[in-house]
Design a protein around this ligand. Structure first.
Ligand SMILES: *[C@@H]1O[C@H](CO)[C@@H](O)[C@H](O)[C@H]1NC(C)=O
Ligand SMILES: *[C@@H]1O[C@H](CO)[C@@H](O)[C@H](O)[C@H]1NC(C)=O
Ligand SMILES: *[C@@H]1O[C@H](CO)[C@@H](O)[C@H](O)[C@H]1NC(C)=O
Ligand SMILES: *[C@@H]1O[C@H](CO)[C@@H](O)[C@H](O)[C@H]1NC(C)=O
Ligand SMILES: *[C@@H]1O[C@H](CO)[C@@H](O)[C@H](O)[C@H]1NC(C)=O
Ligand SMILES: *[C@@H]1O[C@H](CO)[C@@H](O)[C@H](O)[C@H]1NC(C)=O
Ligand SMILES: *[C@@H]1O[C@H](CO)[C@@H](O)[C@H](O)[C@H]1NC(C)=O
Ligand SMILES: *[C@@H]1O[C@H](CO)[C@@H](O)[C@H](O)[C@H]1NC(C)=O
Length: 903
């Protein structure tokens, strides 16, 4: 069960490249699998996938004089060594001549853009052709990875080889001086000739015309998603095609995730003769996503995936379906629309009709044309079709593939993404945030590192799923909790029913109650929340109606499994609030809901999001929250158009969040364990004060969670305390663990789980700890922060985060200790900035006591180092200059700890 150790072993296995001296290549038309590691000689075993790569020098495919080998001098830890640690460089046109028998093949090109000897990565622009097909044109791998925020790319194509040799040509661009081409790895796998034409494809424009294939066409894989399931490595693919399948949750629009589920135990999946085994592995059909159990909610939203693609091409979309749960076994039970780009691709789609029964996979192909140039978002949406007497208002999807087609002049090359500096808005991406864009194209680089990277995640997922399975008996199909929820753009999930739901950004703009000045929260103001303690405001349904203009659709901020979230105004428009309307409750539910809400509303703190009130009239379940102007912390960390936060500001936010947690753990009458600490549950108000949200409801009784509350595994994948798996016992230290993950997330500005990365990097918690132990943490921190963090501050911060992630809860510091250490780290940073010695690293940090853990009493004064400094603290864009007489304590603002009244 000790998977950190296991994963460590796997890490080393993965890094280990076994060197053989047998250059042997089997080229067999029926089972070709060529793996060329470019710019090197020898053979290399990728132990995870059990695949052997051969140096291209040892083959007859290249002529040695024509190009250069280059070994990458510095190996980025984010990049798998095979085949990316060497490259072949071309300064003139060059062709690999690879003997193949005629037929269809997958061709995968691996690119790691970096400086190669005297060639600068930014100079690389080139065209790549394979036989008659143009695969890439004026392509810059560097611009592409930068736009995607990725280290490397894998591009997959399906090509038809008609002669006995495949000419794979790399031509440096003539439009750029010093242009050069490079390639790190080439993979060729034979595929069934009819892999695309095996079924009838329809135009997805509602006309239902049949699309006829030109057999000579080439395809580029843009997306290959295992809907409702986890990423699959190439070794888990069917038909020996070595495809990788990506988790779909990152592409879902907004917070409307629906629910994911698995096949019932008594459902076995059997492929009908019309579905060859190679179409997709059984794991694709074993998991699915549907809209959810509530018809009311389902009728109000489309289950939507947003996929970034190159405009101006035809696309083939292959939808994989399979009904896998009772009671859906008959026609007319689940009937739905399929929309592609706002057009009705299919009406009255009934999986049972097309597949012939439960447990039988089926797939459908649609072709759509996109117009324009540059990048655009493709919308794929499902919605219940009420025109039939469908029994459940619901839709289902198990897998989705999107291929770009070479309809015109055998061309598949799109434009490079518009280079985006961090923070600048990419006009090609519309309103979609960078998150979607980058993840989107990440799948364009299908397989990007997934090969081999999925093992660890699978192990974790198995453990996780097993526990969830055990505990919930899969009663509630809302397995969202155990999944990596994609990043919502605006909303943070609130957990009711144990499902991720949308929650608006919430904060106190003005006060709900008359009498409290509007100046609270100005940075030096009181620590009290905007409402008097114990006030639980009870709203009438009419008040809610007035606040939301009768639940006016135009005020909807988001939709989730929980229901809709509206922006509203109360007290004659003086207070902006976020109003969440859940599903109607049962009689008994109402009582428990009240008790719960009353309990929650007593938790008041400057660093907690205030629940203003609730309404339970007419069995409604409505929650009213403060409105938060700056949204979630995550929105300011990565995959965002928001400017990066300064290090000091990040520290202040972490300190604020730690304060909120500290209050939950120690300040309230009863210890409250948050259970779902993550960056989307840390919200920021208009003054950038961090507020912890989504607490307390986690412990809610049966009214809010129909399964047994005490046994529901709550928490988000990537943040979950490993000890919680083992002992299934929740303590405050579980929050400390999750907070440690948050600290690394803030430092590294990356998602806590990235399935597409090599296994050892998938989990941020694992990877950051690994790098910290190796002393190379600096390599993985947010590039924006490089050279901006005082070394002593970084050291303190990283040590603190690392201790939070201790395997045993008992070894982790208390949140109070964490808070103290973060304040200390902030002070080290301020000192360094003050003395202007940020780069030099000579600050008072060295002579301060290093041992702090476990000693510090909350009420203590900090260890006085009595360097009286004038510190400039920036809060919410405003600078507060405070003369500091407490040595380490910059100002009262940051030491609520020292001020127990501060709650
Ligand atoms: C290619 O593979 C097939 C089946 O795997 C086998 O029958 C055939 O002999 C192989 N051909 C060569 C040239 O190895
Ligand atoms: C690895 O692949 C080779 C053939 O490519 C096979 O003989 C061997 O059994 C495989 N090893 C494992 C551990 O799967
Ligand atoms: C490439 O590597 C091979 C084998 O190491 C070597 O013989 C050859 O000279 C190298 N070519 C260049 C251009 O460096
Ligand atoms: C190299 O290839 C490019 C594009 O394929 C072509 O335009 C150019 O003429 C070629 N250059 C030479 C010297 O063959
Ligand atoms: C390849 O293209 C040729 C010519 O268009 C066609 O006859 C052949 O069937 C194609 N092969 C495959 C495997 O698609
Ligand atoms: C799903 O189906 C497979 C076989 O198709 C079966 O082996 C497996 O046990 C099923 N999974 C569950 C969770 O029942
Ligand atoms: C399979 O199991 C489900 C419950 O998981 C049950 O409702 C259904 O009747 C069972 N079906 C068969 C054919 O056993
Ligand atoms: C779902 O999408 C379709 C097609 O874009 C649109 O016409 C419809 O209004 C949407 N429905 C909802 C409830 O958003």
């Amino acid at each position: 069960m000790n998977y950190p150790i296991l994963s460590l072993i796997l890490k080393f296995l993965f890094l280990l490249c076994v060197h053989f001296t047998v250059p042997a290549l089997a080229a067999n038309s029926t089972s070709t699998h060529i793996l060329l590691s470019c710019g090197t000689s020898g053979t290399f075993l990728d132990t995870i996938n059990n695949l052997t790569w051969v140096g291209d020098i040892d083959t007859k495919y290249i002529s040695k004089e024509a190009s250069q080998n280059s070994t990458i001098p510095y190996q980025d830890p984010n990049v798998p060594a095979i085949p990316l640690s060497t490259a072949r460089i071309f300064t003139t046109n060059y062709t690999y001549k690879i003997p193949l028998s005629p037929g269809r093949y997958f061709l995968r090109l691996y690119f790691y853009p970096t400086n190669y000897s005297n060639h600068h990565a930014a100079d690389s622009f080139f065209t790549a052709t394979a036989g008659p097909y143009t695969l890439l044109s004026n392509f810059s791998a560097l611009i592409t990875v930068n736009a995607l925020n990725y280290a490397y790319l894998i591009r997959e194509f399906s090509i038809n080889v008609t002669s006995s040799t495949l000419d794979l040509t790399f031509a440096p661009s003539t439009e750029h001086s010093n242009a050069f081409a490079f390639i790190n790895g080439i993979e060729i796998v034979s595929s069934p000739d009819d892999i695309f034409s095996v079924s009838t494809a329809y135009f997805g424009d509602g006309t239902n015309r049949i699309f006829s294939y030109d057999q000579g066409m080439a395809f580029q894989t843009m997306y290959r998603l295992n809907v409702g399931g986890q990423s699959l490595a190439s070794s888990q693919d069917s038909g020996s095609l070595y495809r990788t399948w990506d988790d779909d949750s990152n592409y879902i629009l907004g917070a409307a995730f629906g629910v994911t589920f698995q096949n019932d135990t008594n459902v076995t999946i059997e492929y009908p003769p019309t579905v060859p085994q190679y179409i997709a592995p059984v794991s694709i059909y074993e998991t699915a996503r549907s809209m959810g159990p509530n018809p009311q909610i389902n009728m109000n939203y489309n289950l939507t995936w947003l996929l970034t693609i190159d405009a101006g091409f035809y696309y083939l979309l292959r939808f994989h379906f399979c009904e896998i749960q009772y009671p859906i076994t008959k026609v007319n039970q689940r009937v739905f629309f399929i929309y592609i780009n706002n057009q009705t691709a299919q009406t009255q789609f009934d999986v049972i009709v097309y597949s012939g029964g439960i447990g039988k996979p089926v797939f459908r192909d649609y072709v759509v044309l996109t117009v324009g140039s540059g990048q655009m978002d493709m919308w794929v949406a499902l919605y219940p079709d009420l025109s039939t007497r469908t029994e459940y208002f619901d839709a289902i999807l198990n897998g989705l593939e999107v291929f770009k087609m070479s309809m015109v002049e055998n061309n598949l090359a799109g434009l490079n993404p518009v280079p985006t500096e961090q923070n600048t808005i990419d006009p090609t991406q519309g309103f979609v945030d960078k998150n979607k864009g980058s993840k989107g194209n990440n799948a364009a680089i299908i397989g990007g590192g997934v090969a081999g990277g999925v093992l660890l995640i699978s192990i974790i997922a198995c453990i996780c799923l097993f526990i969830i399975y055990k505990q919930q008996k899969r009663k509630d199909r809302a397995s969202e909790e155990g999944k990596i929820s994609g990043d919502t753009t605006i909303w943070t999930p609130l957990s009711l029913y144990g499902v991720s739901n949308s929650q608006p950004s919430i904060s106190s703009k003005t006060n709900t109650t008359p009498g409290t000045g509007t100046g609270t929260g100005s940075g030096t103001g009181s620590y009290n929340s905007t409402l008097p303690a114990n006030l639980c405001r009870h709203f009438s349904f009419n008040e809610i109606l007035a606040a939301t203009n009768g639940f006016n659709e135009s005020l909807v901020l988001g939709v989730g499994g929980f229901g809709k979230v509206y922006q509203g105004e109360i007290d004659n428009g003086s207070t902006k609030v976020a109003i969440k309307r859940g599903n109607p409750l049962s009689e008994q539910g109402v009582h428990e809901f009240q008790t719960e809400i009353e309990l929650l509303s007593k938790l008041r703190h400057r660093h907690l999001v205030s629940l203003i009130g609730y309404c339970e009239e007419k069995n409604e379940m409505i929650l009213v929250y403060d409105y938060m102007a700056h949204g979630t912390l995550r929105e300011h960390l990565y995959r965002t158009k928001n400017p990066p936060l300064a290090w000091k500001q990040r520290l202040e936010i972490c300190i604020g969040a730690a304060r909120g947690l500290h209050y939950l753990h120690t300040g309230a009458k009863h210890t409250v364990i948050h259970r779902d600490v993550k960056t989307t549950n840390i919200l920021l108000d208009e003054k950038w004060i961090a507020k912890v949200s989504d607490f307390g409801l986690s412990k809610t009784g049966p009214a809010l969670d129909h399964s047994h509350v005490s046994t529901v595994v709550k928490g988000s994948f990537g943040y979950l305390d490993p000890e919680y798996y083992r002992r299934q016992q929740l303590t405050e230290k579980s929050d400390v663990y999750s907070f440690g993950v948050v600290l690394f997330e803030v430092l590294c500005a990356r998602p806590v789980i990235i399935n597409s990365l090599p296994k050892e990097q998938v989990s941020l918690a694992e990877w950051a700890q690994f790098c910290q132990r190796k002393g190379v943490l600096e390599e993985i921190i947010d590039p924006y922060l490089r050279d901006k963090i005082a070394p002593q501050c970084l050291k303190k911060y990283a040590e603190t985060a690392e201790q939070c992630l201790a395997d045993q809860g008992i070894d982790r510091p208390s949140i109070g200790d964490v808070l103290w250490n973060l304040e200390f780290a902030l002070q080290l940073q301020l000192n360094a900035e003050e003395s202007g010695s940020l780069m030099g690293g000579t600050t008072s940090g060295d002579d301060t006591p290093a041992v702090i853990y476990g000693k510090k009493e909350i009420s203590d004064e900090p260890t006085s180092d009595s360097t009286t400094t004038t510190t400039t603290i920036s809060m919410g864009g405003r600078s507060i200059v405070s003369t500091d007489s407490h040595g380490l304590t910059p100002s009262a603002v940051f030491s609520q700890l020292m001020n127990p009244k501060g709650r």
